[in-house]
Design a binder for this molecule. Structure first.
Ligand code: F6R
Length: 614
């Protein structure tokens, strides 16, 4: 949540910071603010609402020009999103400014202590306490980085903090515990940000910050220490995508661009993992064949859309790899007594690699000595560091808040893992694995084909913009697809939408069916006759009760035609791979319906891209 940018160098800081914030706005957009240090004084500006409000305020009343500054886009945790609670926050003397991402859990005790000591706090936030703590530490001069270290020692919870002080006008200090923060290394200038997209147009050289580290940023260099002040080891990396990947490229919304990019994203995620002989190589898992053979259970932890990818993974892993697989919402996992051992493989799926619930689940699994594998889309994020191995999805930056291309690439990653385990453990013949891999390689073209036929789906979506509720049904891997379709509609169109396992319908949800209610049904391939025929019966049951049926089925599936008010055809693919083609119409449907309702699909209300608090 919250986007953070810091800059020190030779350019006008305000420009760099505001442009950086524009690229990070997807992380939180209920208010925004900046601080610039010029001529020995700190100038701040902040506004509730989207970044455009701040831009207008800055145009009306520009702060003095300086070459050091920082900025913040907020997703409110403590205190409503108004001008007062927007970041940066300053101390009583107006010489220290702080921005923050995360939650300081002991803030109320700290606030009480500060107020008793005479500090005047003007906001409802946890962040402001840090500005005043720094003020106390810096009384009589002093070193901002050292002060930050001491203050961090008093904080509980998750935080990324960035601070500036008039006493050292060439220095931006950042501190990180649990929440994301990366350094961009330039020539005579340096950057700090929640993610690299904020500075990608200036530099692609980055430094990954570790847990409990403090970074000092000056125009000529970057110093990283731990909270005790000892030099810290850091990982430098080069970002392998450029600024165009983080721009809309002619589309009205990032989400439209990201949906369109899916064939390439799927192809890129397969790249380099299939040998010329069709055998899979997944060295990134960092597990020897012996270790993989010893695994006796897989547990997948994830949230939201990534959780739906996990649900689909279960079918693939159990079918191909022959291993029992549990899938758990990461936010629930550590609160039950899951049975883990050194032969349990825990797979955490997270696009951002920063979702706090997922990170906490991984730490919980680590304590119980399980093996840890991450599936992640963001290089330099926290999840890969916390796992034994990581399989990167190569979706490229996903900026729209609702996940689309990351989901498809997560599916590719779990298919690869399931097939690889089958290859190593010999649970499928080599030629069976090879045949499936070949089919997987054809999926980009199938997804492309789906995208080419989406106009009727868009039309349908526009016609349903006045509806209050849509249901989604599926069986087998179509069930998680139904959940994903419902989630997309909820988060983008703010409509009541529910996904059900079609077989569960008669156990309750069928009571919801009333004349005219749109129900989307994901039909398994005809080749899975048992599943297929059962869902055709379910369609008839809801139609008999007046539902308006929207059926997603294999092209040429004549058996569903009589029962479909709207029929959406998708290419024929094997059952387990079908989510790659059936999810796409649901993404397009939700995106178009939300747009027809006048919503901003890139930044839906109340949401943020990266959920870095529990
Ligand atoms: C929905 C969506 C969210 C995320 C969830 C997990 O469209 O994007 O449900 O999937 O917040 O995020 P990651 O994958 O970054 O852990």
């Amino acid at each position: 949540m919250c986007g953070i940018v810091g800059y020190v160098g030779g350019r006008p800081a305000l420009e760099v910071v505001v442009e950086g914030l524009a690229r990070l706005e997807y992380r939180g957009y209920d208010s925004a603010g900046v601080a610039v240090l010029a001529d020995g004084t700190l100038a701040t500006a902040k506004r509730a609402g989207k970044l455009v409000n701040l831009r207008d305020a800055l145009a009306e009343e520009p702060p003095p020009a300086g070459t050091i500054g920082m900025g913040h886009t907020r997703w409110a945790t403590h205190g409503p999103p108004n001008d007062r609670n927007a970041h940066p926050h300053v101390d009583c003397t107006g010489t220290v400014a702080v921005i923050h991402n995360g939650i300081i859990e002991n803030f109320s005790a700290l606030r009480g202590e500060l107020e008793e000591a005479g500090h005047k706090l003007g906001s409802d936030t946890d962040t402001e306490a840090v500005a005043h703590l720094l003020e106390d530490e810096l009384k009589g001069g002093g070193d901002l980085a050292a002060a930050m270290r001491r203050v961090c020692g008093r904080l509980e919870g998750a935080f990324t903090l960035v601070a500036m002080h008039t006493g050292d006008p060439d220095l931006v200090v950042g501190a990180r515990r649990n929440s994301p923060l990366v350094v961009g290394v330039g020539d005579g200038e340096n950057f700090l940000a929640s993610d690299v997209s904020a500075f990608i147009e200036h530099t692609r050289d980055a430094i990954e910050l570790g847990q409990d580290q403090v970074v000092e940023l000056r125009p000529g260099g970057v110093t990283v220490t731990d909270f005790e002040g000892r030099p810290a080891e850091v990982t430098e990396y080069h970002v392998d995508w450029d600024v165009s990947a983080a721009e809309k490229g002619g589309y009205d919304y990032f989400m439209l661009k990201e949906i369109a990019e899916q064939p390439r994203a799927v192809a890129d995620t397969l790249l380099g993992r299939i040998g010329a002989d069709g055998r899979l190589t997944l060295d990134e898992m960092r597990m020897s064949d012996r270790e993989l053979r010893e695994v006796d259970k897989i547990i997948i932890v994830a949230c939201g859309t990534s959780y739906h990818a996990g649900l689909i993974a279960k079918y693939a892993i159990e079918h191909w790899a022959g291993l029992p697989c549990e899938v758990e919402l990461a936010s629930e996992f550590r609160y039950r007594d899951a049975i883990l051992s050194p032969t349990t493989l825990v797979i955490a799926i997270s696009q951002s690699g920063e979702t706090m619930d997922a990170l906490m689940a991984v730490r919980h699994a680590r304590e119980q000595k399980a093996k840890l594998l991450g599936i992640c889309n963001v290089n330099g994020s926290t999840l890969p560091r916390e796992c034994d191995g990581v399989l990167y999805t190569h979706a490229g930056p996903e900026i729209a808040v609702a996940s689309t291309k990351a989901f498809l690439t997560q599916l590719v990653a779990v298919y690869l893992i399931a097939l690889y385990i089958a290859q190593v453990r010999g649970t499928k013949w080599g030629d069976e694995v090879f045949a499936m891999v070949q089919l997987l390689e054809r999926m980009p073209e199938k997804v492309e084909k789906v995208l080419e036929t989406m106009e009727p789906v868009r039309e349908l979506a526009r016609s349903l913009a006045g509806e209050r509720c849509v249901l989604f049904l599926g069986r087998h891997v179509g069930f998680p697809v139904a959940l994903e379709g419902a989630l997309k509609l909820k988060e983008l169109a703010y409509m009541h939408a529910e996904g059900f396992a079609a077989g569960e319908l008669k156990h309750g949800p069928i009571a919801l069916i009333e004349p005219g209610l749109p129900v989307v049904v994901v039909v398994p391939p005809r080749a899975r006759a048992v599943l297929h025929d059962k869902i055709v019966s379910n369609i008839q049951e809801i139609r008999a009760r007046g539902a308006r049926t929207i059926v997603i089925a294999e092209e040429g599936d004549a058996s569903v035609e009589p029962y479909a008010d709207t029929l959406i055809g998708v290419p024929a693919v094997p059952t387990l791979l079908q989510p790659l083609v059936t999810t796409v119409p649901l993404q397009v449907f939700a995106c178009e319906l939300a747009t027809a309702k006048g919503h901003d699909v890139d930044q839906p209300r109340n949401l943020a891209k990266s959920v870095t608090v529990e």
